[in-house]
Design a protein. Structure first.
Length: 472
């Protein structure tokens, strides 16, 4: 995510507010500037990357990894001449030793490469350096981030956007993007930006839908003349048809990861699903993570969320989810009977992130998606530098810190740990300059329940709450 903020010469300091515990940042600015490892102090341990190649300088990559921290700020002290600073939140493990480039309908970050179809604006080629094959299934004539619009419930009426025009967006070398503009059914205009960051292994998608009001059926044709009619029911979808041999879909749900069909009771809804932050398709030798930031409803395997109004026949529901590598974002719809306005119009943004990978890692998926949903917030700094070093570190990346807050009584810090891989883990908490007087297991009351030793056991997909009391 890009943020540009002016830095007056008399206060050449940036404070980045870290809203989650796994952050990687990059900084690119116009005008000459220098940065060194001593200029960055961090309580949370992000990475600063300064791209100075355009100004005749050299690239500097500063990495201070840490799992958690209590001080929510880090400062990068810059000596600069002029121009705004731009902070870029990137994927976990970012290191830019290459350039991001845009050329006609292609983008290349040095790690991922993609090609956009000049007619549809969808991604028809996506590859990861060192991994064979295209991550896009084009056998059905579609790509990734393909716009699909449906009036009613008959797939014979499914429509796509018109031919698109592709123009350059961000020019590189740190960030490169393409902007695709298209006429599209159901909206006044469809604009999609596809973006990569130098050295990063993911692709950002920013879709702006300037929605038109759903058509109101004429009474001459439909005597009821209201939005209960099939002709006034609509849905906006974005297709993601992946090519992952023997791939299995997994969905991020609260404090767990689920497999459609395999992890569902027989009566559970299979026509659509709700995800927390991400889904992925896992194969034997490769996979791909799909992050959704604005649209939590997803259809698995096809456009299966086509019920109009209320349903009274239990036999009409989908009973099985067959093996598939296809996901469809159910971005907008007015299918249900409502007691509020039954149409949507105006400009709406839908953001997605694609991260192909070699090896599946649910904990990394969670860290990566959280970094986009709780982004870095840069502001001009005030006051002195933040304290050196993190508040605490964890001995394993399989356990995530999902919460870190002062206790309600003001005498302790509450730390919440989540077993993100589904496997039981024993973790050591290594505290930094601040050492707690004592650490206890706790619950929602935040009172001390039982003392904790050097290691804490965190169940798979389990949540453990700790209370670290202040020292004297």
């Amino acid at each position: 995510m890009l943020h540009s903020i002016p830095l007056p010469p008399q206060r050449p300091l940036i404070t980045a507010v870290a809203t989650c515990l796994w952050l990687v940042a990059a900084m690119d600015r116009a005008g000459g500037a220098t940065i060194s490892a001593g200029d960055v102090t961090s309580a949370l341990g992000p990475t600063f990357f300064v791209d100075d190649a355009a100004n005749g300088g050299t690239d500097t990559d500063i990495n201070q990894p840490a799992v958690g921290g209590f001080n929510r700020f880090f400062n990068g002290l810059l000596t600069r001449n002029q121009g705004p600073a731009r902070v870029v939140l990137t994927g976990f493990g970012f290191a830019a030793h290459t350039s991001a480039t845009a050329n006609d309908a292609t983008l290349d970050s040095g790690r991922v490469r993609l090609r956009v179809d000049q007619q549809t604006g969808a991604i028809i080629e996506l590859s990861l350096r060192g991994v064979d094959g295209n991550f896009v299934d084009t056998s059905g004539g579609r790509g990734l981030n393909d716009y699909l619009y449906l009036i009613g419930d008959d797939l014979k009426n499914l429509q796509r956007n018109g031919p698109g025009t592709i123009r350059p967006g961000e020019p590189g070398p740190l960030v490169a993007s393409l902007i695709v503009e298209s006429a599209a059914p159901g909206c006044r205009r469809l604009t999609r930006e596809v973006r990569v960051v130098a050295g990063a292994d993911y692709v950002e998608l920013i879709n702006d839908v300037d929605k038109e009001r759903a058509p109101y059926p004429a009474k001459a044709e439909f005597p009821e003349g209201d939005y209960r009619n099939r002709a006034a029911k609509e849905s906006v979808n974005f297709a993601f048809e992946f090519n992952v041999p023997d791939g299995q879909v997994r969905l991020d749900v609260p404090l767990a990861v689920m497999r459609p069909e395999a992890d569902q009771m027989p009566s559970a809804c299979k026509n659509w699903f709700t995800v927390g932050r991400w889904a992925d398709v896992v194969g034997r030798n490769r996979g791909i993570q799909w992050v959704t930031l604005d649209a939590p409803l997803v259809q698995v395997g096809g456009l299966t969320a086509r019920f109009l109004n209320s349903q009274f026949d239990p036999d009409s529901w989908r009973t099985t989810v067959e093996p598939t590598q296809k996901l469809y974002s159910w971005a907008m719809n007015n299918h249900w009977g409502t007691n509020y306005r039954a149409y949507q119009e105006g400009l709406t943004r839908f953001r997605f992130v694609l991260r192909p990978y070699r090896r599946s890692d649910p904990a990394r998926n969670s860290r990566f998606a959280t970094g986009f949903s709780q982004p870095l917030l840069p502001v001009p700094a005030r006051g002195g530098k933040a304290g050196n070093g993190p508040l605490l570190r964890l001995s394993t990346e399989d356990v995530l810190v999902t919460g870190l807050k002062p206790s309600d009584d003001g005498r302790a810090i509450i730390v919440r740990l989540f077993g993100a891989t589904g496997q039981r883990r024993s973790v050591t908490l290594s505290w930094g300059a601040w050492q707690p007087k004592a650490v206890f297991m706790t619950d929602t009351s935040e009172r001390p329940v039982a003392p904790v030793g050097k290691r804490v056991t965190v169940p798979g997909y389990g949540l453990v709450s700790l209370r670290a009391d202040w020292g004297n």
